[in-house]
Design a protein around this ligand. Structure first.
Ligand code: HEM
Length: 393
């Protein structure tokens, strides 16, 4: 039996199991959460597009109050739709498209080059390097830390800290320990920025932000730091690992990215379809009334999985969906979710991924998998490659 919350389903097995579910319908009941209660999986692109836009039947704040609030604290993500509308814009100023465009060229490339400088001697000396701990995770967290204004000395611990924090439903003690660690790092920064503002998001929250008629308090700032570490950095880090995994296991696509940099954007968008880091998004149905989706009746307050990875491989929308094709048209991706909750970090994430790909292709064009095989991406909700040993030809 597959647990559709907690199992790993590595590599191609995930897509195969999703297609098997799809044979039963657009929306199916699956086993999850150790069989505690029925969970409904939305698989089709059509049904998911409608569900993502339907905040009445699937109120996002309600879901996040159950899955996020106890571990992350109160953020705009776990607020009901009315408060969410008031809080989200002022809390995300650094991540707006215009802010990201301004920082793009300068800072993202600088951060990428600093990390790749460290790998250069090792790779040119013939050594193997694991791209995930050495590059993709550090890069994603360095960028978020840079935006927020947090130190990076402990950047190698941030990915695990964020995963522990987020999955408190599975291991509460680990989540609380991660919270203590992150608070120990963040509180002194908040104090320092209170005394002296810098050009970062924490300073802007302290000095320039008023929400619901009041300044943003320390607990709220801490909760939003937890939010951007978990929703922002782990996702980007997994996407970047999945991107290099897909390209290095498809050497023709990698070669094309190296030889024709204009093809890199297509590779990036195809990765976001082929192996999105948020593979399924948990929701709950409206607590007040039963609902119907694609002809399936779902009782009130039921857990539902929004199958983003499944919809991105819906054969009704994407021909030959299990084929990684960097030239395909990916306009209808659901990777960042349409609707009120569309990912506010989508511009930053894509700039980040695009910069990482461009720099690695320029500096290490002969990069290849060290052992000829790679550890596959794993995970049903969040999906990522956890190790990618590489070397140069
Ligand atoms: C490739 C990387 C990323 C992917 C695939 C991704 C995907 C998503 C998805 C699917 C959602 C949920 C939408 C919904 O509930 O309907 C979401 C929400 C969110 N994401 Fe991202 N994300 C990524 C990167 C980022 C980054 C870099 C940031 C921050 C800088 C970020 C911050 C957030 C936040 C704060 C939310 C909650 C939005 C809300 O409730 O209004 N994400 N993301």
């Amino acid at each position: 039996m597959i647990d559709w919350y907690y199992d790993d389903l590595p590599g191609a097995r995930f897509a195969a199991e999703l297609h098997r579910l799809r044979e039963r319908g657009e929306v199916v009941r699956v086993d999850a959460l150790g069989g505690a209660m029925p969970v409904y999986y939305i698989l089709s692109h059509r049904a998911l597009t409608q569900a993502l836009r339907n905040a009445e039947d699937f109120p996002p704040g309600h879901a996040y109050q159950i899955i996020s609030l106890p571990f992350i604290g109160e953020t705009f993500m776990s607020m009901d739709e009315e408060r969410h509308r008031r809080w989200r814009p002022p809390m995300t100023t650094s991540f707006k498209r215009s802010a990201v465009d301004r920082m793009d060229q300068r800072r993202l490339a600088e951060i990428g080059h600093d990390l790749l400088d460290e790998l250069q001697d090792l790779l040119h000396g013939g050594a193997q390097v694991d791209l995930v701990p050495e590059f993709t995770r550090r890069y994603a967290f360095r960028v978020i830390c840079d935006q927020l204004g947090l130190p990076t000395e402990r950047e190698r611990e941030y990915y695990q800290m964020s995963m522990d924090l987020m999955f408190g439903g599975r291991d509460l003690a680990a989540s609380q320990a991660a919270d203590r660690e992150l608070s120990t790092i963040a509180r002194p920064v908040i104090q320092a920025r209170r005394a002296q503002a810098c050009d970062d998001q924490i300073s802007r929250w302290i000095h320039d932000t008023t929400v619901e008629g009041a300044p943003v308090g320390e607990e709220s700032i801490l909760a939003h730091i937890r939010l951007f570490f978990t929703a922002g950095a782990t996702t980007t880090s997994d996407a970047m690992a999945n991107l290099f995994h897909a390209l290095l296991t498809h050497p023709d696509a990698w070669r094309r990215c190296v030889e024709e940099p204009a093809s890199q954007e297509g590779a990036l968008q195809e990765l976001l379809r082929y192996n999105p880091p948020v593979a399924a998004q948990p929701r709950f149905t409206n607590p007040e009334h039963d609902i119907e989706v694609a002809g399936v009746r779902i009782p009130k307050n039921s857990p539902v999985l929004f199958g983003i990875a499944a919809a991105n491989r819906d054969p009704e929308v994407f021909q030959n969906p299990d084929h990684f094709d960097i030239t395909r048209d990916t306009k209808t991706l659901l990777t960042f979710g349409p609707g009120l909750r569309t990912c506010p970090g989508m511009h930053l994430a894509q700039k980040n991924l695009g910069t990482a790909l461009r720099l690695v292709a320029e500096r290490f064009p002969t990069l290849r998998l060290a052992a000829g095989v790679a550890q596959e991406p794993v995970g049903i909700l969040l999906r990522g490659t956890h190790s990618l040993p590489v070397t140069l030809e």
